[in-house]
Design a protein around this ligand. Structure first.
Ligand SMILES: Cc1cc2nc3c(=O)[nH]c(=O)nc-3n(C[C@H](O)[C@H](O)[C@H](O)COP(=O)(O)OP(=O)(O)OC[C@H]3O[C@@H](n4cnc5c(N)ncnc54)[C@H](O)[C@@H]3O)c2cc1C
Length: 419
């Protein structure tokens, strides 16, 4: 990469063509930035449209996406950036988790005002007291299971997190998850208002086509080859071959595909969790009361989450659209969630280290990171900075970890946490 930067700084025009694999947030953003810098850019996209999982779909005329894909983030700069392309509606909402043994829904993140209504409230308070007392002697938790037990106690953990997380990740035990920087930090018990993700930028596009205008505007004037799936790199790694055997060459290749697939699984296969999404319409204008947006199902139900899309999209209709999400293996439900387990993260890092200088791997699957829309856009700016040496308004520095509540506490007076 040093060589690349050197060439750029020396002002040679040698590096002016790029092939971008995948037209989701990462691919579209970097394509747009490089094109504006005068590069000749070609995008290869497997699907017939851009957007990846953030593409708006329709069922019975109701707009929805696969997974809620609401915008939530910490960076004012990234929020302003996306708002230049799509008019964003600010959201303020709550979430609920159903706990079958209690036969009721409770606020999620767990809220202190709900504890008195839990059948085991005395026991829960005792566990929370014990946690406070033990705080100093406690070793750093080694895994997700220990982390949650040490923050909320065993009872709340079993009510809200234990089974949910195992079914979501298709794991037998949450002890297998040995990182949690992407999860809640500090005290995961919420206080004050019951709003979710307090202090973050929470929004969804006003337009019924959701984020689609972002993708099409970014790709304006760019040669995009739809229904063109990447198959492999050329032997010299200076080009790519698509599924029909056509070869495309360029100075730079920027991939947003799973990094193990990009390098032909040379250093082993990385696991991903998938989901099956089931949209269904109900004959009622609104079904989830108030400003509650999704419902989590925390126990042995087959599904993890049900989202009422009207609340995100603002769509008006006498009926309402719900989408149920069922965890699935990546063979069935696609490669959606990288596993935040050290051995796989290290394996992904090995892949990254071995990328030739002319190849970048960015985006959620390209970095094997549990990243949001905001983080994915920030990654494209980071890549742009490395390629061109140019920072656009410091956006390359705007990658914040989920759970970095210190960032938002300055902005708004918040006492909240994030999932
Ligand atoms: C279920 C779910 C819910 C989510 N909800 C939220 C949320 O509420 N808020 C939030 O901020 N983030 C959310 N995210 C994360 C967010 O959507 C992603 O971080 C972001 O969309 C990733 O963009 P990307 O460009 O990296 O990847 P993608 O959008 O996956 O883009 C990759 C592109 O590559 C294409 N492609 C795949 N294989 C090939 C091939 N062989 N050849 C050519 N093209 C190919 C795909 O069709 C796709 O268009 C969610 C993620 C999931 C999985």
């Amino acid at each position: 990469m040093q060589e690349l930067l050197q060439l750029q700084h020396n002002g040679t025009n040698a590096l002016k063509t790029a092939i971008i694999l995948g037209a989701g947030f990462a691919g579209c953003t970097i394509a747009h930035l490089l094109k504006n810098k005068g590069w000749e850019v070609k995008v290869l996209e497997k699907s017939s449209h851009p957007g990846g999982g953030c593409k708006t779909l329709f069922y019975g005329g109701h707009p929805y996406t696969n997974g809620p894909r609401l915008y939530y983030g910490y960076s004012e700069k990234v929020f302003k950036w996306i708002s230049k392309f799509v008019d964003m509606r600010d959201l303020d909402f709550q979430l609920r988790s159903y706990v079958e043994s209690e036969r009721r829904f409770f606020t999620y993140p767990i809220h202190e005002d709900d504890i008195p209504y839990m059948s085991k409230s005395k026991h829960i308070y005792r566990e929370l007291e014990d946690i406070k007392k033990d705080k100093e002697d406690k070793e750093r938790p080694k895994n997700f299971d220990e982390y949650w037990k040490s923050r909320v106690g065993e009872t709340l953990y079993d009510m809200f997190v234990n089974e949910y997380s195992k079914k979501m990740w298709l794991l037998d035990s949450n002890k297998e998850i040995d990182t949690f920087a992407w999860s809640a930090k500090d005290s995961p018990i919420n206080k004050g208002s019951k709003a979710a993700y307090k202090g973050s930028y929470l929004a969804y596009p006003y337009g019924l086509n959701g984020y689609d205008p972002y993708f099409y505007q970014c790709l304006d004037g760019i040669d995009v080859k739809y229904k063109t799936a990447f198959k492999s790199l050329t032997e010299d790694r200076k080009g790519v071959i698509d599924e029909n055997g056509e070869t495309f060459k360029a100075d730079l290749i920027i991939s947003t595909l799973p990094i193990d697939q990009l390098l032909n699984y040379e250093y082993g296969t990385l696991p991903y969790a998938g989901r099956t999404f089931i949209p269904f319409v109900l004959p009622i204008e609104h079904i989830i009361p108030g400003d509650v947006l999704f419902l989590h199902y925390t126990q042995k139900e087959q599904y993890t989450r049900i989202v009422e899309y009207k609340k995100l999209t603002g769509f008006e209709d006498p009926n309402t659209l719900m989408v149920m999400e069922l965890p699935a293996s990546s063979d069935v439900g696609g490669k959606l969630y990288p596993y935040m387990i050290k051995k796989y993260i290290n394996q992904a890092n090995e892949y990254r280290k071995r990328l030739p200088d002319n190849i970048f791997s960015i985006g959620r699957l390209g970095t094997y990171r549990y990243s949001t829309i905001e983080q994915t856009i920030a990654q494209a700016f980071q890549a742009y900075k490395t390629i061109t040496g140019e920072s656009i308004d410091g956006l390359d520095k705007e990658f914040y970890q989920i759970g970095d509540t210190a960032i938002v506490s300055d902005r708004k007076n918040v006492d909240s946490n994030k999932e």
